[in-house]
Write a protein that binds this ligand. Structure first.
Ligand code: NDP
Length: 311
């Protein structure tokens, strides 16, 4: 009996993922769309993005769940997850895409682009003297696979770059702060705050009214992780009052962002529809195949997710 890998994703096309994976798994695994699986008992691997309720119960012999993305909040919060290892994607192209978006957003605020965008429709030559990068302090909250790469890129541009995580780490050009006690001081020092925290029970609404009040007046806020890490009404109030000068937001408490959200029209706010980074089949395929083969041959898994930590 050939092992089956069952694929499920709403947004990601099956054919493209099958074609990217096939060269790495030929002769070892059959790749099938979950709805069309021929023998559910032969399914040992599930490659999934937000599968429907009851999905896992169909496959009694699952040995590995591979999250088709970096954020695992929706997966680990499920009640029906089988007791098998979970891995996530951590592919270099995905990291590069995220670092590119974050760098763009940091430069947008550091170079006063919202100011020029507001002036242009009024035909105003609104000169604003630029600052040296080293005079701008950027705080990156979350230094994981994606966060660490983004922080390093920001530091490479010469910004005074700080990061926040639970555990210490060594990143070139980045001053790392750890633990809850370090957060208020970091928020108070930053001109630009970038949220790259995973959504877990410990980070839900972690950026609340108190956190926004702790930020420097005139600071800019960037969120590329999950909307639920932020108390959205508190963020809106901080933008409305002018305490925050602007924001670049890719993720929201409710997605798509409702048409009546005040965020659409607040000055200095740029909205993008949750696309800072996406899973890329060609560059992700080797690590997915490596984990499938590790299960088949008794090797070590990479990019595993801790259920206890929730990321
Ligand atoms: P990881 O899971 O690799 O790392 C999470 C980081 O957050 C770690 O540095 C961790 O600290 C830190 N952290 C977690 N909890 C806390 C806490 N309570 N206090 C302080 N620090 C904490 O995340 P990634 O960098 O890979 O990705 C970040 C998020 O980006 C994903 O979870 C996902 O939600 C989002 N994402 C968004 C996309 C988009 O298109 N907008 C695309 C892909 C991902 P430590 O290192 O000490 O463990």
């Amino acid at each position: 009996m050939t092992d089956i890998l069952a694929f499920y994703s709403g947004p990601d096309p099956f054919d493209v993922w099958r074609d990217a994976l096939a060269p790495h798994l030929a002769g070892h695994v059959e790749i099938q769309e979950a709805d069309k699986v021929t023998d559910p008992a032969a399914v040992r691997f599930a490659l999934v993005w937000m599968p429907p309720e009851g999905f896992f119960a169909r496959f009694p012999n699952l040995e590995l769940v591979i999250n088709l993305g970096a954020g695992v909040d929706r997966l680990v919060a499920r009640g029906d997850l089988p007791d098998v290892p979970i891995t996530r994607l951590s592919d270099p192209e995905m990291g590069r895409m995220m670092a590119g978006y974050v760098l763009f957003a940091v430069l947008r605020h550091a170079r006063d682009i919202p100011h020029f965008e507001a002036a242009q429709p009024k035909r105003e030559w609104a000169y604003k003297h630029p600052h040296a990068a080293s005079d701008t302090t950027v705080a990156v909250l979350g230094l994981g696979e994606l966060g660490a790469l983004a922080a390093t890129e920001i530091a490479r541009q010469g910004y005074d770059t700080h990061g926040w995580a639970t555990r210490p780490k060594d990143l070139p050009g980045v001053t790392v702060h750890c633990g809850d006690d370090a957060l208020p001081g970091l928020l108070a020092a930053a001109d630009i705050v970038v949220c790259m925290l995973p959504l877990t029970p410990g980070t839900a609404k972690r950026l609340d009214a108190g956190a926004f009040a702790a930020m420097k007046k005139g600071a800019a806020f960037i969120n590329v992780s999950r909307g639920a890490v932020v108390d959205e009404p508190a963020m809106i109030e901080a933008l409305r009052s002018g305490h925050l000068s602007g924001a670049t937001l890719d993720v929201f408490a409710t997605e798509p962002l409702p048409a009546d959200s005040p965020l659409w029209t607040l000055p200095g706010v740029l909205i993008t529809p949750h696309l800072a980074s996406v899973a890329l089949p060609k560059s992700a395929a080797p690590q997915i195949a490596a984990n499938v083969r590790a299960i088949q041959t008794g090797g070590a898994l990479i990019n595993t997710v801790s259920r206890e930590r929730g990321y």
